[in-house]
Design a protein around this ligand. Structure first.
Ligand code: NDP
Ligand code: GDR
Length: 357
């Protein structure tokens, strides 16, 4: 009989955690997730796969915990006995990390160390090998040293968040080399989806487009439109995390599309999708600037393509379209002239109606 594969995910309620859970459940895994206690529900993104834990054979189970609480992490590890751990939990907003640096570094940097220490002890005591994935970020490259960025490009982090991710990256390498942990770093470039948090730039834009179309918002305040990012589709990226843990040897991989686009280009396409000119709606607010900016990210995914057989399946244009469309549909789109239906119309109809205004 084959052993039941059991995954433990920190950050299961986030964008990536939700897609990864779906993917692992499809692969036959039992999935355990760590969630934080909050005063309002924070499980929206996984509600559709959640099952009553009282039922027999449930495959998705949730545990209260926090990356700032090492004792609980250890207890959950002992209880779940996972074969794979995906460390996706983080205060992941770069701008917010300048406002809350201590907390960000505690959760992102020390949180990873707490988890690695718990795994080291567990592995040494039981002799069971646990495979570990660390959610590294292209933000670690920060100030441009070379482009495109690959696994050997030096890091130059430019925010408390990025500094903490660099720390977590090197601790992961160190635990691999010191204690023979099967630990991989994914260096993932920006990846987006309709489940992206509403304050990240892509989702902020696509949500605003839909709300403007629906007459719920008149304009959108933004920061630096010149920043360039390598944007991919989150669903593609979680598969890469899993592929890394299926290889014989642990290693570090860049996951990216190899293309870069500015925030301005994203605006053009997103507003253009509904036949609007972004310049009529976008206003500047310096609150959205960062004390230090990352100007240009473009990743080289050659290693992942060659060793993992991974490649992105969604183009930049498709990504923008699918995000705008999802936000329009979520609003049950009512046409701006007030005679639309509550049923989401197809996008051709939306374009036609807006074009006629
Ligand atoms: P999200 O911000 O959508 O999700 C973050 C998750 O971490 C949420 O489940 C959140 O819980 C949880 N979390 C926050 N603080 C803590 C804490 N102290 N202890 C435990 N859990 C915590 O991020 P993404 O899904 O977009 O990203 C997943 C990971 O990948 C993150 O580590 C991020 O830094 C990294 N990353 C993301 C990239 C991207 O483009 N999306 C690119 C590169 C790296 P709650 O729901 O309760 O807030
Ligand atoms: P980023 O994503 O910082 O790359 O981190 P974000 O979408 O927040 O910003 C991308 C770029 O857009 C510029 N920008 C704005 N950003 C936001 N959020 N809001 C605005 O109004 C705005 N106007 C312009 C930013 O200055 C920036 O240059 C994301 C996170 O998911 C991290 O956790 C992850 O590690 C990296 O991607 C890879």
């Amino acid at each position: 009989m084959t052993q039941q594969k059991r995954a433990l995910i920190t950050g299961i309620t986030g964008q990536d955690g939700s897609y990864l859970s779906e993917f692992l459940l499809e692969q036959g895994y039992e999935v355990h997730g760590i969630i934080r206690r909050t005063s309002t529900f924070n499980t929206d993104r996984i509600d559709h796969i959640y099952e009553d834990p009282h039922k027999a054979g449930v495959k998705l189970l949730l545990h209260y915990g926090d990356l700032t609480d090492g004792t609980t992490l250890r207890r959950i590890l002992e209880e779940v006995k996972p074969t794979e751990i995906y460390n996706l939990g983080a205060q992941s907003h770069v701008r917010v990390s300048f406002d809350s640096p201590e907390y960000t570094v505690d959760a992102v940097g020390m949180g990873t160390l707490r988890l690695l220490e718990a795994i080291r002890d567990y592995q040494q005591r039981t002799g069971i090998q646990v495979r570990f994935y660390q959610a590294g970020s292209s933000e670690m490259y920060g100030l441009v040293q070379a482009v495109p960025q690959n696994e050997t490009t030096p890091f130059y982090p430019r925010s408390p968040y990025a500094c903490a991710k660099v720390y977590a990256h090197w601790q992961t390498v160190n635990y691999r080399e010191s204690y023979n942990l099967f630990a991989c770093n994914g260096i993932l470039f920006n990846h987006e989806s309709p489940r992206r948090g509403e304050t990240f730039v892509t989702r902020k834009i696509t949500r605003a487009v839909a709300r403007i179309v629906a007459g719920k918002q008149k304009s959108i305040y933004m920061g630096n439109l010149d920043a360039k990012r390598d944007w991919g589709y989150a669903k593609d990226y979680v598969k890469a995390m899993w592929l890394m843990l299926q290889k014989e040897q642990p290693d570090d991989y860049v996951i990216a599309t190899g293309e870069t686009h500015s925030v301005r280009e994203f605006l053009e396409l997103a507003f253009g999708y509904v036949n609007l000119n972004w310049e009529d709606y976008v206003e500047f607010d310096q609150r959205y600037l960062r004390p230090a900016e990352v100007d240009l990210l473009i990743g080289d995914p050659t290693k992942a393509q060659q060793i993992l057989g991974w490649k992105p399946s969604v183009t930049f244009e498709e990504l923008v379209s699918l995000m705008v469309e999802a936000d329009l549909q979520a609003l049950g789109y009512t046409s701006p002239n007030g005679n639309g239906s509550q049923q989401p119309p197809d996008i051709a109809t939306i374009r036609q109606e807006l074009g006629a205004l």
